[in-house]
Design a protein around this ligand. Structure first.
Ligand SMILES: C[S@@+](CC[C@H](N)C(=O)[O-])C[C@H]1O[C@@H](n2cnc3c(N)ncnc32)[C@H](O)[C@@H]1O
Length: 465
């Protein structure tokens, strides 16, 4: 038999060539793809970690920490580099910039000795054939290491200070200080810079919270209860979630408590007819299906065909058979749905500014222009969604953004043009710590530093009977 390279299993003790994968190189590569090629942070990371699957867990964790941390602190890091480098960051070669940024992150935010971060950075420059720039990188990084305590920052109390100190886009800081005030904005930005827990929703169709908790704890994961919703668990020190047996068995799905709360407020019931108009990748649909005990009708639409597959796969894993995934553009009216649903969810496409803690690359990829394009789409989807609600039925509007134009203003606009809808007091669904005056008026804005969730907006409206 001819033995192929694929089925040859080496004997014990047979010499094997071990290829060392350098986690710092993988991190810099991810940064280059995210910043230069516009790759999504989580996708670039996932792909590079998969391609370098031989890396031990400790190194995988290091790559993730360097990439997420560098993105989370990018404006600050660039501010530091630009203070000590004659060539400014926008003029640097992409690889040099990726190496410098990740090295400064290690020096300033991880407990990596300056000399190690600097030497490793210089090695990465050499290995990519950029030898002539070794001296430059070495010089800037050593100065950056020496001058840690002497970083000049914009004046405290200005938007520019928050922009650099907490690495959030200046336009967002200006918008938030106008909405929430300076102090609240500072607290919000600070909370966005703390690496978030992984939050999951227990699949109540398949298991109980306590038995899942025990299973996860056995693997060394630290598990704590949700703060807003009883079916939520927070996980720390968890391995790659997707590889857990409990995940493949469909005992939970990953979902922030803000999204779980939106469905608590929606309060779907067993046997009802429910429509989720912007459903992919399916998180809220899954929670709805579980709450409905898999009985009734649950139509889940999204405009993108490839995303429909995510809903189908997730529902299969979780054992939610009632879900009817469908590709459709929610801005177009569907006559078949008119007055047909007890509850309709419009979890609208939005600017995502509430996700800056979890997805730090959002800070770097938006400039605010998209907001004016999103508002008419959100309104059109709301307009159609309203027509699908039965008399006496419920309409939920939610977004994962902190932007009045997309949130409160849209609800105000909707109510002013739809006298057949009224808002519903949602206080009963909120823990006391989250009570806000607006809850009585039917809506709530979740701020990460107050609710320990993503930034999120939920409004509940009822069609008069
Ligand atoms: C905020 S995400 C929804 C998240 C989802 N509800 C969940 O909990 O997993 C918004 C979704 O709206 C979809 N979308 C954007 N424009 C749409 C449209 N015109 N019609 C339907 N879906 C749309 C996007 O593809 C995206 O998946």
């Amino acid at each position: 038999m001819i033995e192929s390279a694929c089925n040859h299993i080496p004997d014990e003790g047979e010499n094997r060539i071990m290829i060392q994968i350098n986690p710092r190189e993988i991190a810099a590569q991810a940064m280059m793809e995210i910043m230069e090629e516009g790759a999504y942070n989580n996708m670039a990371l996932r792909r590079l970690l998969r391609q370098n699957g031989a890396m031990p867990p400790k190194d995988r964790a290091m790559v993730t920490e360097i990439v997420n941390g560098t993105l989370r602190n990018l404006y600050y890091i660039d501010h530091v580099i630009n203070q000590f480098s004659k060539t400014k960051t926008e003029k640097m070669k992409p690889w040099i910039l990726a190496v410098m940024r990740t090295a400064v992150y290690q020096m300033y935010f991880m407990k990596v000795p300056d000399s190690a971060a600097c030497n490793e950075g210089v090695k990465l420059v050499e290995e990519r054939g950029l030898e002539p720039l070794k001296g430059f990188v070495n010089g800037v990084l050593r100065t950056v290491g020496r001058e840690k305590e002497n970083i000049a920052l914009p004046k405290k109390g200005t938007p520019e200070f928050l922009h650099i100190q907490y690495s959030h886009p200046l336009w967002v800081i200006k918008m938030w200080t106008a909405y929430f005030g300076y102090e609240e904005t500072e607290n919000l930005c600070r909370a966005n810079n703390c690496p978030p827990d992984v939050t999951i929703r227990v699949n109540t169709l398949k298991t109980k919270k306590e038995s899942l908790r025990k299973e996860l704890e056995k693997l060394g994961t630290t598990v704590t209860d949700g703060r807003l919703v009883s079916s939520a668990l927070h996980l720390k020190k968890t391995a790659d979630i997707g590889r857990l047996k409990s995940f493949s068995e469909g005992l939970f799905h990953v979902q922030d408590e803000s999204s779980q709360l939106a469905i608590e407020i929606m309060a779907p019931k067993k046997g009802e007819k429910v429509l989720d108009l912007c459903a992919a990748p399916g998180g809220k649909s899954f929670t709805i299906g579980e709450r409905m005990e898999n009985e009734g009708r649950l139509v889940c639409g999204d405009i993108y065909e490839h995303k429909i597959e995510l809903i189908t796969q997730g529902a299969q894993r979780l054992g939610i058979t009632m879900i009817e995934p469908i590709q459709q553009d929610a801005t177009e009216f569907n006559e078949n749905y008119a007055d047909a649903f007890d509850r309709v969810l419009v979890d609208a496409p939005c600017s995502g500014l509430g996700l800056m803690g979890k997805k730090p690359d959002i800070r770097l990829k938006k400039n605010g222009d998209e907001i004016d394009q999103l508002v008419p789409i959100q309104r059109q989807i709301l307009e159609n969604g309203a027509r699908y609600v039965k008399q006496g039925g419920t309409l939920i509007y939610s977004t994962c953004t902190l932007c009045k134009k997309e949130n409160e203003k849209n609800v105000e606009w909707f109510l002013s043009s739809h006298p057949e809808f009224i808002t519903e007091d949602i206080t009963e669904f909120l823990p006391k710590t989250l009570w806000q005056e607006t809850a009585e008026k039917g809506y709530i804005t979740l701020l990460p530093h107050k609710s320990n969730t993503d930034g999120f907006f939920i409004a509940k409206m009822k069609r008069k009977g």
